[in-house]
Design a protein around this ligand. Structure first.
Ligand code: NAP
Ligand code: HSE
Length: 428
C-alpha cells in the first residue's frame, strides 16, 4: 500500500489533537506503522470556521458521503460526539470494512454491542482508547496486558471536568459557574456540560470499563449515578474539617452477589492515593486476582492528551490494515447479574438542618438506630435562628438501611431539611 487513508468525522478539540500529532510526528509515526498515514477528508459543520490549525482547506467537507462512500478510505475516525449522526456514520463505515477509531463514550456505552457486531461483519477494527481517561492507557491494558486476571474492582476519577471543578472549589473556593466555564474554555467539558456535572460522562466511561473488566455488557442504564451539582462549599469545608477531600468516583466491583457499578461524589481521606489526583488529571485503580493493584494516571481530557490516544488507535488500525489482521473484538461473553444499589455497603456523611431544641439529636439518633445504622460521629456545626446544622458520619452500613433511616428522619417534625448525603470511601 502507498499510504493508509484516513477520513475523519469532526475537527474539534479531539480531532485537532489527533490531526496535529499525526502531522507533527509524521516521519516517526510512518516508520513505526510501516506506511504513510494520510488524512484525505475531514467532515465538519462549518468549512469557514477559523480553526487555528495549519491545514489544507480542501481537506474539509460538509458531506459525510465524501468519507463514508470513498472506497479508498481505510480508517474512519469518529470525533463528532453524541449518538446521532455519529452512530449511523460509524455503522456505515464498519459495514463497508473501514476500521473505526472513536473517542465517543456515549456511543460505545450505549451501542457497543451493535458496533462490535458491525465490526465483526465488516472484518474491521473498532478502537476507542480515547473514550475513557483521555490520554491514559486503560482500554488496551484491560483487554491485553491484564486479560489473564479476574478483575475484581475498578475505582477511579474518570471525569476531568468535575475533577478540575472540585479541585478549584476546594483550593480556591471559586464560583461553580465560573469554574465550569473555565473547564469548557480549556476543551475539557462535553458539548452539553450537564453530562459532566451530573455524572453521566463518568457513568458512560464506567460502563465501558466494567463491560471489559467483567466480560459482561454494562450500559449507561445499569449505572447508579449522582453528579456533583449538590456539592456545596459547606460540604467541602466540613469534609476538610473531618480530614477528607471530595472527589467524583466511578466504582465497579465484581462481587458474589453481582456487579456493582456506581458513580457518585465521595469523601476520601487525604491519605488516599486518589486524594492527590487534582485538576484535569484522572486516575484509575484496577485490582486483579493475579496482578494485585495497578493504577493508571494522567490527563483525562483535552486536545493533545485525548488526541494522543486517538492517534495511537489510528496507528494500530493502520498496522492491522497492512497485515490484514483484526484487533480484539467484543469480550462480553458473560452475563453477570447487577447488584441492586440497596445492597451495597458504605459509610455516609449526612448534613441536616434541624430545630435547635432539647431531644432533637436523640430522636435522630433513634431513627438511625431503628434502621440498623450505626453512627460514628455527630457534630453540631452552627445555628441560624432556632435552626442548627448537624453533620453525622455513619459506620459502614447497608445502603438500603441508610435510605430507610433518612426517610424516617425526614418525617420528624424537628427536621428542616436533609441537605446532603455523601458516601465515604477509605479509612482515615
Ligand atoms: P467538539 O470540540 O465539539 O468537536 C466536534 C467536531 O465535530 C467539530 O469539529 C464539529 O464541526 C463536528 N461536528 C459535530 N457534529 C457534526 C455534524 N453533524 N456534521 C458535521 N460535523 C459535525 O468535540 P470534542 O471535544 O472534540 O469531542 C469529540 C468526541 O470525543 C466526543 O465524543 C467526546 O465525548 C469525546 N472526548 C472528548 C474529550 C475532550 O477532552 N474534549 C476527551 C475524550 C473524549 P465544527 O467544528 O464545524 O462545529
Ligand atoms: N468531558 C470529559 C471529561 C472529556 O471532562 O472528562 C474526557 O472524556
Amino acid at each position: 500500500m502507498d499510504s493508509i487513508k484516513i477520513g475523519m468525522l469532526g475537527l474539534g478539540t479531539v480531532g485537532k489533537g489527533a490531526y496535529k500529532i499525526i502531522a507533527s510526528n509524521a516521519e516517526m509515526i510512518d516508520r513505526k506503522v510501516g506506511s504513510h498515514l494520510e488524512f484525505v477528508k475531514i467532515l465538519v459543520r462549518d468549512q469557514n470556521k477559523d480553526r487555528g490549525i495549519d491545514l489544507d482547506p480542501n481537506l474539509l467537507t460538509t458531506d459525510p458521503a465524501d468519507i463514508l462512500d470513498d472506497p479508498s478510505i481505510d480508517i474512519v475516525v469518529e470525533v463528532l460526539g453524541g449518538i446521532h449522526p455519529a452512530m449511523d456514520y460509524s455503522l456505515k463505515a464498519l459495514a463497508s470494512g473501514k476500521s473505526l477509531v472513536t473517542a465517543n463514550k456515549d456511543m460505545i456505552a450505549e451501542y457497543g454491542k451493535e458496533l462490535f457486531a458491525a465490526a465483526e461483519t465488516g472484518g474491521a477494527d473498532l478502537f476507542f482508547e480515547g473514550s475513557v481517561g483521555g490520554g491514559i492507557p486503560i482500554i488496551r491494558p484491560l483487554k491485553n496486558c491484564l486479560s489473564a486476571n479476574r478483575i475484581m474492582e475498578i475505582m477511579g476519577i474518570i471525569n476531568g471536568t468535575t475533577n478540575y471543578m472540585l479541585t478549584k472549589m476546594t483550593k480556591e473556593g471559586s464560583d461553580y459557574n465560573q469554574i465550569l466555564r473555565e473547564a469548557q474554555d480549556k476543551g475539557y467539558a462535553e458539548a452539553d456540560p450537564a453530562s459532566d456535572v451530573e455524572g453521566y460522562d463518568a457513568a458512560r466511561k464506567l460502563a465501558i470499563l466494567a463491560s471489559i473488566a467483567f466480560n459482561t455488557r454494562v450500559t449507561l442504564n445499569d449505572v447508579y449515578i449522582e453528579g456533583i451539582t449538590r456539592i456545596s462549599a459547606k460540604d467541602i469545608e466540613y469534609a476538610r474539617e473531618l480530614n477528607y477531600t471530595v472527589k467524583l468516583l466511578g466504582i465497579a466491583k465484581d462481587t458474589p452477589e453481582g456487579i456493582e457499578v456506581r458513580v457518585h461524589p465521595c469523601f476520601i481521606p487525604y491519605s488516599h492515593p486518589l486524594a492527590s489526583v487534582n485538576d484535569v488529571f484522572n486516575a484509575i485503580f484496577v485490582r486483579g486476582d493475579a496482578v494485585g493493584e495497578t493504577m493508571f494516571y494522567g490527563r483525562g481530557a483535552g486536545e493533545m492528551p485525548t488526541g494522543s490516544a486517538v492517534a495511537a488507535d489510528i496507528m494500530d488500525a493502520a498496522r492491522d490494515k497492512l497485515r490484514h489482521t483484526q484487533g480484539i473484538n467484543c469480550t462480553c461473553f458473560d452475563h453477570k447479574p447487577l447488584k441492586p444499589m440497596g445492597s451495597i455497603e458504605s459509610k455516609y456523611y449526612i448534613r441536616i438542618m434541624v430545630q435547635d431544641k432539647p431531644g432533637v439529636l436523640a430522636s435522630i439518633a433513634y431513627a438511625f438506630g431503628d434502621k440498623d445504622v450505626s453512627l460514628a460521629s455527630v457534630l453540631q456545626k452552627h445555628t441560624e435562628g432556632n435552626m442548627a446544622e448537624i453533620v453525622l458520619v455513619t459506620h459502614r452500613v447497608l445502603e438500603q438501611n441508610l435510605q430507610n433511616a433518612i426517610l424516617m428522619v425526614e418525617q420528624l417534625s424537628s427536621v428542616g431539611k436533609v441537605h446532603n448525603i455523601i458516601r465515604v470511601e477509605g479509612e482515615l
